[in-house]
Write a protein that binds this ligand. Sequence first.
Ligand code: GLC
Length: 728
Amino acid sequence: MEQDKLISLLNDMSLEEKIGQMLQVSGMFYTEDGVLTGPANTAGFTQEEIRLAGSVLGSVGAEQLKKIQREYMERQPHHIPLIFMADIINGFRTIFPIPLAQGCTFDPELVEEGAAAAARESAATGLHLTFSPMADLVRDARWGRVMESTGEDAWLNGRFARAMVEGYQGHGSLKEKGRIAACVKHFAGYGAPTAGRDYNAVELSERTLRDDYLPAYKEAIDAGAATVMTSFNTLDRVPSSANRWLMRDILRGEMGFEGVLISDWAAIGELCSHGVARDQEEAARLALEAGVDIDMMTNCYCKHLKKLVASGAVSGTLIDEAVLRILKLKNDLGLFENPYKDADAVQEQELALCAAHRQTARWMASESFVLLKNDGILPLAGEETAYIGPYVANGEIYGAWSLFGTPETTVTIEQGIKNRGDVQAYFAEGCPLSEGFGRAKDACASDKPAGKLLQEAVELAKRADKVVLALGEHRRHSGEAASRADITLPACQMELFRQVCAVNRNVVVVLFSGRPLDIREISERAAAVLAVWMPGTEGGNAIADVLYGDVNPSGRLSMSFPYCVGQVPVFYGQFRTGRPYTEGMEDQYVSRYLDIPNRPLYPFGYGLSYTTFAIGPVQLDAQQMRRTDRLRVSVTVKNTGSVSGSEVVQMYLTDVHASVARPVRELRGFCKVHLEPGEEKEVSFEIAEDMLRFHDIHMNYVSEPGAFRVYVGNSSETENGAEFVLEE
Ligand code: GLC
């Protein structure tokens, strides 16, 4: 429909209809066969308000959504179609690794392929939009939602946010078959809650917000993300859903975002809890003035906007602007011509968990694993191996946001090993997943007494040549509202680890988690440690592929493993301080701890391989760089080992002196290169002036002339570098 027809439609709509388009309700109000259940709800909606709501979240199923749509349009005075949205964070039926793991692939093209597969499955079930990518920068492992981000580096997160948007939306029209709209979230700064506690206040300087926290959202918006979601947190004590500076000046003014802005669940109503709105009426006014177009799951808008317009407290123009953006989104999706879009029960069945999507999920999982330690025990061969631990046969290895994944469709380690057929393997649970706390309490119990589990496991470990211990945190101990002050493994798992290590020196730990954990003791005592995060549907097969060397691990950490929780937030892009400390320094008055090192246990960009690589010295094609130049940086990379593998060559830049303190280094390039044994390749990058920009002492986004260093290596700690000067 042309823009002018949308405007005439808008002008024909009553104020009630318009306000109805600004409400999103959960699918819980619709029965299986699509019938509206009405006010059987806790949020206090009337039947009429639900009937007029312009979008639904969380419902899936081609036939059901077609029924809901048909019934909804029939009762609409202008037959405006619904838009169906859901959280497809790392896959719909085929579950991919959690986004934090996807960040460890350092492979945006692969991540785009995964997002495209998720979009195909979602579109066939009748969905039109996913609440993804989550582009929040995360540097505090206590926060449960680090699992949803691609990590601690703003620039890397931007690459992945773009990849996901392009995977979901494609590069053309949203009307294309198999494409769904993206929603970049949570705008803004949600990943930096005080004390790592979810929903807590975020206190960032404007410079840190602009230099570190905004770029990934902007990359997603520049990639064409159709919608943005507000975050729950306050920023500088202003809740995002009422933050006009953030939403109108920055998001729409500076970033040029013209799409739909939707609140997070109940975030408008929560302005009262924040204490910045006396009541829901004031909350509705503040949110509308901030530019929030859709009220997710509260009735602030539908109960108060009409009155606010009638009293002149808000202008009807603000409502028209919001509703026009909503109508445009539905139009861009082609819903006026085809309100069912790709909903198709046959396609839905054919695509769900299809072989091609499983293969992509398996490959992405194996690419996301990070080999943290290996004394040579890996890869395994034909030796007798005992697989022990609560994650040996547990199918819940798909992360907290995998709403439509199931254990039945997920390959466990035990199944993955048995699928190989050629190995002598024995299996034991060893201990419950954890003593259980929070929402996972009942799910962690085991049906056998703990003592017997442990005894069986230790006996098995005694007899085996090698042991693979499958340990980790429960999938519900990360994700939303799942912050943890203690990021160690449960005591029962550590007891199992100690007792197994006491009878067998050849212990490999396969670690499942939604966050970096404190694994000091495991790192010290195990012969090998493989971080597999939450690997998704094909997790067991991917783990078997890597353990037996069919796939050489190439994941690199997208988030640092802290030495312990006392160190967080810890990330590679720290500041030098006026009293920098380097390991081994004896000076007392320097920036250090008395009891632990400054360095994380494992740093950003780190990961081992079954082979070794040599990265040669950094070559620059000039030592001086004018602003219009593109400085070429190159290294040679050689596979100096005996098996093929991939290295992630990373380029970091250091601004040696500037008008404000600058991070010790910042990632500005990476290249994953596959090499046969003995093979050598040249890897090159280009430095452009805009890669050197930051917000200077006057808050101007500029580069400043002077000395820079460029480092190229296989982690954020590489010292393989060279210097250049940016001229005036
Ligand atoms: C949740 C999350 C958000 C999600 C939304 C809809 O509270 O914060 O990420 O997209 O509600 O489920």
